[in-house]
Design a protein. Sequence first.
Lengths: 543, 329
Amino acid sequence: MAKELTPQETLRIDLRPPKQDWMDIPVNIKEGIYCYPAKPEKIECVDMPNAHKWSPVEEDWGLPENWKEIFLEGFRERLDKHRTFKIFMDICVRCGACADKCHFFIGSGDPKNMPVVRAELLRSVYRGEFTKAGQILGRLAGARKLTMPVLKEIWYYLFQCTECRRCSLFCPYGIDTAEITILGRELINLFGLNINWIQEPVCNCYNTGNHLGLLPHTFKQNIEFLCDDIEEFVGIKIEPTFNRKGAEILFVTPSGDVFAEPGIYTLMGYLMLFEHIGLDYTWSTYACEGGNFGFFTSLEMAQRLNAKIYHEAERLGVKWILGGECGHMWRVIHQYMNTFQKPVDSLEEPISPITGTKFENAKSLKMVHISEFTADLIKHGKLKLDPSRNDHLKVTYHDSCNPSRGMGMLEEPRYVIKNVCNHFYEMPENTIREETFCCGSGSGLNAGENMELRMRGGLPRANAVKHVHNKYGVNTLACVCAIDRAVLPASMEYWVPGVDVAGVSELVANALIMEGENERSVNLRGEEIPGRAPKEEEAQEDV
Amino acid sequence: MAILVSLGAVLAIVVIALIGAQVGPLQYLLGILVPYAAFAIFIGGFIWRVVYWGKSPVPFRIPTTAGQEYSFPWIKRNRFDNPVKLWEVLVRMFLEVFAFRSLFRHTRAELRGGNLIYGPSKWLWLGALMFHYSFLVIALRHLRFFVQPTPEFVKTIENIDGMLQIGAPHMYLSEVMLLTGLAILLGRRFFAPRIRYISLANDYFPLFLIIAIATTGILMRFLFRVDIVGVKELVLGLASFHPTLPDGIGAMFFIHVLLVSALLAYFPFSKLMHMGGVFMSPTRNLVNNTRMKRHVNPWWTPPKFHTYEEYEEEYRDLMKEAGIPVERE
Ligand code: SF4
Ligand code: SF4
């Protein structure tokens, strides 16, 4: 942030729109809101066009001469390829039902963050450039021409939308501003205007297989370090395998969980769970990223990054694929992957080797969510659990946007949590399940330079957490998303100090009674579990 | 500005019709040619627009899921908010089209003392529902002018609609509801700051137009009685493509007809096409079975990606050193 705003200052939000028409308010690209532009070499690395150095706050964005043509040509092409785009450009009645559904509008009061206006930014160009009425009536028909200031405005607000689809839920015609943002971002990527926080992971993921650019040995080492931690805290030695041919299952999860807190605890949770049930699975250092920042760049890029999963599954000869906790990863897997990629004949319909359950809902794609998998294990009594180890936790659950509005996985994680934690409290109903609020930093907006935007966008979620924090003393925010784990701690620290963020699989592993484990006096974070301090130590202290 | 221009446009239509109605030959234009032309534009434009949409494929299955997915038999799923079968999606669409289900979810976000509160807000839903249903009923009631003898169901609708017997001659329930609905919808645009902020002339114009249509329609039955027999003769003639122009119908009728014609001709080129679009919206009319069934994208192209072979080629030494199995030593 340019200057750190206190929560009180940030909260001075006026949700009433200004007097002036939005078309008359020139865009003002603000520090703390925008993200830094993509580095040219990160764009070239995946053969995307028009890599160049530029800055959003400078007058000249260094665009090619014919940028307008490129934009309009691209626009037309996308209208022809996506019925959604045409319909969403044509039928909005501006009823305003979506206006106050966006976390960025609620947290900023910026009227252009109302989903309807965000879409109108592009729609006005559509009318002005492509429709007769717009060309003749101009402003009166809500139309305008594409100019540099208009492009800048579109760019600025494309990166203030986390593609969460909350607006789409409330729209009487299902107009999905996320879809408009996705296609709008494709357009600005035609002349190299991506942000670096998205482009660099894309480039890394393309080359090394993961967003962080971890090389094969580092990826393996990091997981082995976590195994060392497990040995220290749990007393069990786990030796996972990598790129192992002939394993039954390939496990893919976001790489964020391989190295950063608190995601690593979730990853430790996976390791322990699989060890506990004796799962025949392998990690891959090649297909080692579940997340897909390509999705925030263009659908083509999403497809290119996503291709690795099937490619690797085929090479290793696994039967099916298990996916870890991640939000947008599951939007891509659930709604796009089976269209992006050709089926792999060697894969089989997924069946849990432990319970024999057929995962009917994944029978064609052959990819199962870890929460589905775990819920099934618990239902069949295959996990030995001691939920009282989580008794010091008062837990609430944050539905990530994508698993809820782009998949509908609402009950499975709740079922798991309720079986491993004794104290579970729901946030208010307008803020959970299909109506859930975004963490505020999704779709590649989890950079550092846009912290003000993130805190504003995170307000509605945080505010609901605050409600249960005050009311029930909730101190743990559970989630099934790596971006959540990366960004919600900052949001909690800012808005609701005293609430930790934990992946569901971390909570599972803390409750898991493993064969040969120690007395489990500390959790996976190495923190003492209240009331479980080992007796000997106390005795020693007495001496 | 947007308000004044829209209002001006509607008034202009009224004035034109008023003048035209006084001039014999123009009556022919207003009563016969314009309605034909408007109707042709409406039908042709509607089809054109739907075909235009339909020409673009739906490459991905991206329904907005609004409830529990299909997973295990022991997890209760939400069939209609997250459908996986065709009939389930039809129910979802039915609820969307006939009950405005998504609008019903509407809440109002407010920030009070640092706390966000989401209160239920049903005005939009109510106004929209009243407006659309009464409009439908009124349109159906008008069938009595187009078909001879009047179909039974039209009579039934009339009877129900007229049940409340408000005033004399009876005000129809649908008329009251239509005006109330319109008042709510227009009132929001006038008085709710956010809605006013996003409203365009394209939003005011159809509202004013329909208000004018409803008003002239009601006036015809109360203040400026028109010759109903003549009207029926004219409309039946239009419907059977043997148009005749009876004498002495009354100016109000021509105003009404020109306004309706304007609405019909405007329809296909405006947001009013949401009537067709709501059926075609891919976030609502698709089943959520993408992991169960492969969906093919007509413009699919194979992805250019970094293959495993290339990857191993680049990192083979590192992999070997770290004890990661490789394809070629
Ligand atoms: S809810 Fe839908 S129709 Fe209404 S303003 Fe928003 S996008 Fe437009
Ligand atoms: S998708 Fe989410 S972030 Fe984007 S406009 Fe809609 S509500 Fe806002």
